[in-house]
Design a protein around this ligand. Structure first.
Ligand code: FE
Length: 216
């Protein structure tokens, strides 16, 4: 770092952010590091393989889930396969959804689905990438199961009273993803254009796809 850059930092007001090491180290973080080090030492996998795996998990994004949703919208047979076995259906599109089962729950005229993890942050990461901070927040986790309509309203999503709201609690063994309803007025969009209107929150269930977001 040059002296100029250092000066910039001293003179600008710079919001302070704690270093990650300054956060309290929790039991399971210590365990994870210890087990990771041990497995590398024993040659089960190399540090580079571990890094590559973490990098590939971090590279996942909601675009993967959106591709799955768009295909389900245009291909009813694919949708059936998706609802029966999401991991297998994702593999058809070249997406490795991992070994933990993901169940796709379909929004209909009568049912709106929302996903959460009341205990921690279980999330279909291999289809949606890393969960947003609010998904991991205690406020969301505890309130969405008790008053889902109110929580959805705060997200700007109003669900009519005659539509049932179902909340699905993800676990370490089973994760959920929402298949939103295809909005009206999207008949002219192709698969790629459809995928572009499927946002992360639509697949969590806190938002609905907005056809006016499409480029065409
Ligand atoms: Fe969890």
């Amino acid at each position: 770092m040059s002296d100029d850059t250092q000066n910039d930092h001293t003179h600008h007001s710079h919001p302070s952010q704690p270093d990650i090491e300054d956060q309290p180290y929790e039991y399971y973080q210590v365990m994870a590091e210890a087990v990771g080090e041990l497995l590398i030492k024993k040659g089960v996998f190399s540090a580079s393989e571990l890094r590559k795996t973490l990098e590939s998990i971090d590279a996942r994004s909601p675009a993967d889930g959106a591709r799955v949703v768009a295909r389900a919208w245009i291909d009813p047979a694919y949708k059936e396969r998706l609802l029966a076995d999401a991991n297998k259906a994702a593999a058809e599109l070249g997406i490795d959804a991992g070994a933990i089962p993901i169940r796709v729950v379909e929004n209909t005229d009568h049912v709106h689905n929302v996903i959460c993890c009341t205990l921690c942050s279980c999330y279909p990461r291999l289809l949606l990438g890393l969960p947003p901070d609010w998904y991991k927040a205690r406020a969301f986790r505890s309130r969405v199961v008790r008053e889902p309509r109110a929580v959805l309203h705060e997200f700007g999503t109003s669900i009519p009273d005659d539509v049932e709201v179902r909340v699905h609690d993800s676990t370490a063994d089973l994760r959920y993803m929402v298949l939103p309803r295809r909005p009206s007025g999207t008949g002219g969009l192709n698969e790629t254009e459809l995928a572009a209107i499927v946002t992360r929150d639509c697949m969590i269930g806190t938002a609905l796809p907005d056809a006016s977001q499409s480029a065409s």
